[in-house]
Design a protein around this ligand. Structure first.
Ligand SMILES: [Zn+2]
Length: 106
């Protein structure tokens, strides 16, 4: 039974935000038009839902961050995320490494 996955998908439909100003601002700072930031169980995307749906790997990436938040709690995740960011940089941040692995998981 794929109940877990169904709950995830349902949450995504309810919680995610598209064309969101926060993702647009962060995207501008990162020189990227297509940008997302996940906070807790909500992914904020800079582009439309239709655009995001064209990239299932992008959704899987943000979903992995949601699992990381669920595991650690929001505050602990954010503290550790920024610690790793300073220590290892974005690309080698263990949370990002895992999220990139999740992109390829089907
Ligand atoms: Zn990420």
């Amino acid at each position: 039974m794929r109940l877990g996955l169904d709950i995830n998908q349902q949450q995504r439909l309810i919680m995610d935000k598209y064309n969101h100003w926060l993702a647009k601002v962060l995207g501008k700072l990162n020189r990227s038009k297509r940008y997302a930031v996940t906070i807790g169980q909500t992914a904020y995307y800079s582009v439309s839902k239709e655009d995001v749906k064209k990239s299932p790997e992008w959704i899987r990436h943000e979903d992995e961050h949601k699992r990381q938040y669920a595991r650690e709690g929001i505050l602990k995740f954010l503290i550790k995320y920024f610690y790793y960011l300073i220590r290892y940089g974005y690309h080698n941040n263990p949370y990002e490494v895992d999220a990139r692995k999740a992109e390829r998981r089907v």
